[in-house]
Design a protein around this ligand. Structure first.
Ligand SMILES: C[S@@+](CC[C@H](N)C(=O)[O-])C[C@H]1O[C@@H](n2cnc3c(N)ncnc32)[C@H](O)[C@@H]1O
Length: 417
């Protein structure tokens, strides 16, 4: 696809054609292609239309009903912030009363669209000309917001950004363009020094413009978080999507926080004020407790397990494993609770005997801190996932105070996920 094709797709005729297409059906692609060619559309335009139809179907998972309003590139869709998360980013800029935000590396413009929808004007750039043209088309409902091809590094901060109510948003690429991994997908990068624009540049911008926000990998090292900022880990449906760092007026409360999002539930936030600084472990307690709590991963990645141990008066099974054991029955919107039915030192033999004794034929296995191949374990236990004729059980294989332990549990309260 080139910039000319993006313009054609974004023209009133192009939009009308996209709107008129039937829902994406892989079996009907060739027939549709034939029809569009017969109607006189050029081959490269038809190819682009069909790509948009396919990507729009995929985009529903991220953008719901709005998926049909946007144009995409495959890569741009993969990297785009999902609707609820983009809305959270936009809310920070809106709440800080910013008039203009420079989005430096805007992708297809998911974040830029969310900000514009809240009335914040966005000036966006992307290094890739087609991606920038797509973002510009996606921003068309807000004529003051524009995107163009350009280098983030060419950004010139205004002299008095706070007085002129200017902020900056950076969502650096965490993949290497043109480089594919083993499965043919674009190679992802995980280290802070590999992102583009660079972390160094992000820090430079944040020094010049107090209202700066940046979206980074959830594996953001805690010791890299700049002093005085808020680093917020966000999960959606139990999957941790990002760690966003907020400077100046965009930081609600400096320190680490977690935001838990799930379909149909209000957001839940956890911060350092809610967490014990050094969560105790099961070392020396000698008992398993009646309940096992599994904190949302955003909570554990933000280093806020102490919120769960504090609220339940519980202990972590072993340092760094993230499960909490307690005798207290507490409903927490940021942790899943399981009733402990039984626990035993874990060996394949003891667990197999327990399963046979209880006529269990379907097993859900959760593991942390125990290295095991799932399929191999099931083969040794002679058990599948579905219950079949017998009972279904859930077992947590973990280390409790250094000992490999099997804890048979029953899920009680689903966390937001
Ligand atoms: C993660 S994506 C942004 C996604 C966007 N926030 C959204 O929600 O749609 C990062 C983008 O940065 C762009 N990029 C990478 N290096 C850049 C640079 N030096 N200057 C401008 N854009 C850059 C990439 O082309 C990519 O589209």
């Amino acid at each position: 696809m080139d910039v000319g094709i993006v313009r054609a797709l974004g023209s009133p005729e192009g939009k009308e054609l996209l709107r008129s297409l039937p829902p994406y059906d892989p079996a009907a692609v060739f027939a549709l292609q034939d029809r569009l060619r017969r109607e006189g559309h050029a081959a490269d335009f038809v190819a682009a239309v069909l790509t948009q139809q396919r990507l729009r179907a995929r985009a529903v998972a991220k953008f719901g009903d709005f998926a049909g309003d946007l144009l995409y590139t495959p890569d741009g869709l993969e990297q785009a912030s999902r609707l609820e998360v983009a809305a959270t980013h936009a809310g920070r800029f809106y709440n800080a009363s910013l008039a203009t935000v420079h989005d430096l590396g805007c992708g297809i413009g998911s974040d830029a669209v969310a900000m514009s929808a809240l009335g914040v004007t966005v000036q966006a750039v992307d290094i890739d000309p087609v991606t920038a043209a797509i973002a510009d088309t996606n921003l068309r409902p807000w004529p003051d917001s524009r995107a163009h091809e350009g280098y983030a590094e060419e950004f010139e901060p205004p002299r008095d950004p706070l007085r002129s109510r200017v902020g900056v948003w950076l969502d650096p690429a965490r993949r290497i363009p043109g480089k594919t991994g083993r499965h043919g997908r674009i190679k992802r990068v995980f280290r802070l020094d590999e992102i583009r624009p660079s972390w160094q540049f992000v820090l430079q911008v944040a020094t010049a413009v107090p209202a700066t926000g940046a979206k980074l990998s959830p594996s953001m090292p805690h010791d890299a978080i700049p002093l005085g900022t808020e680093a917020q880990w966000t999960s959606y449906g139990g999957e941790v999507l990002e760690c966003a760092v907020w400077w100046g007026p965009l930081a609600q409360r400096p320190g680490r926080s977690a935001r838990i999002l799930a379909a149909g539930r209000p957001p839940v936030e956890v911060d350092e004020t809610m967490a014990e600084p050094d969560p105790p472990t099961a070392e020396g307690t000698g008992s398993i407790g009646a309940w096992l709590y599994e904190p949302d991963r955003a909570v554990t990645q933000a280093g806020l397990l102490g919120a769960v141990t504090g609220a339940t008066l519980g202990v972590e099974v072993d340092t760094g494993l993230g499960y909490v054991l307690s005798d207290a029955e507490v409903d927490l919107p940021y942790a899943r609770r399981y009733a402990v039915l039984e626990s035993m030192p874990f060996t394949v033999k003891t667990l197999r005997a327990w399963l046979a004794q209880h006529d269990v034929t379907g097993l859900t296995v959760k593991k942390r801190g125990v290295r095991l191949d799932d399929d191999e374990l099931r083969r040794q236990l002679k058990i599948g996932r579905g219950a079949g004729d017998g009972a279904q059980a859930t077992v947590v294989l973990t280390r409790v105070a250094g000992q490999q332990t099997a804890i048979v549990v029953e899920p009680v309260v689903p966390a937001a996920g």
